[in-house]
Design a protein around this ligand. Structure first.
Ligand code: MN
Length: 195
């Protein structure tokens, strides 16, 4: 069965179209108007082996806030939709990845309950047109709209570009693990009956 979702969301602040295929090969076609954000979403897709298309028109004349937050909302909706009833998948995913001097941890649970724990600090205010405070806002939006638990932590690091990139890549790898098939079960992996 295809595990793919297309979501369109339009407000007065943003117009966003996202297509996500959980069983992809890491192909990304991402145009958000923010070069650094395109770089981050492409890293998420590449290292999660997802196919991701994102066409985003946001009010960048204001700042990067709505564009990044709303893309997180729509990506989260696509994750939730593509994962379907979560039958026969591993549900949990975790990874620790290095990027040069940086070490990033990500643990996720497709629990049906939104939660974000975010522990990362950035020295610079922005990376290109991307405000670093929006890294947290992006993952917060993904966590509630995908109704999933996300823990992200920078265990070590100096360079802000490395820290942000390692967080997005680690999220891709952890989500890939969580959405992989578990052949020993047919239903959702929970004692509650459904997630
Ligand atoms: Mn980079």
């Amino acid at each position: 069965m295809e595990r793919k979702a297309s979501i369109r969301r339009t407000t007065k602040e943003t117009d966003i179209q996202v297509t996500l295929d959980l069983d992809g090969t890491g192909k990304a076609s991402v145009h958000t108007g923010i070069g650094f954000f395109d770089h981050m979403l492409s890293g998420f897709a590449k290292h999660g082996l997802f196919d991701l298309e994102a066409e985003v028109k946001g009010d960048l004349e204001v700042d990067s806030h709505h564009t990044i937050e709303d893309t997180g909302i729509v990506l989260g909706q696509a994750i939730l939709d593509a994962a379907g009833n979560k039958a026969g998948i591993k549900r949990y995913g975790h990874v620790i990845i290095p990027m040069d001097e940086t070490l990033a941890l990500c643990a996720v649970d497709l629990s049906g309950r939104p939660f974000l724990k975010f522990d990362a600090k950035f020295a610079s205010e922005r990376l290109g047109g991307f405000h670093t405070e929006m890294v947290r806002e992006f993952f917060y939006a993904v966590s509630y709209s995908a109704m999933m638990n996300i823990h992200l932590r920078i265990l070590d690091g100096e360079n802000d570009h490395h820290k942000a990139e390692a967080l997005f890549k680690s999220f891709g790898k952890a989500l890939d693990m969580a959405t992989q098939a578990e052949p020993r079960i047919q239903e959702a992996w929970t004692t509650k009956g459904s997630l």
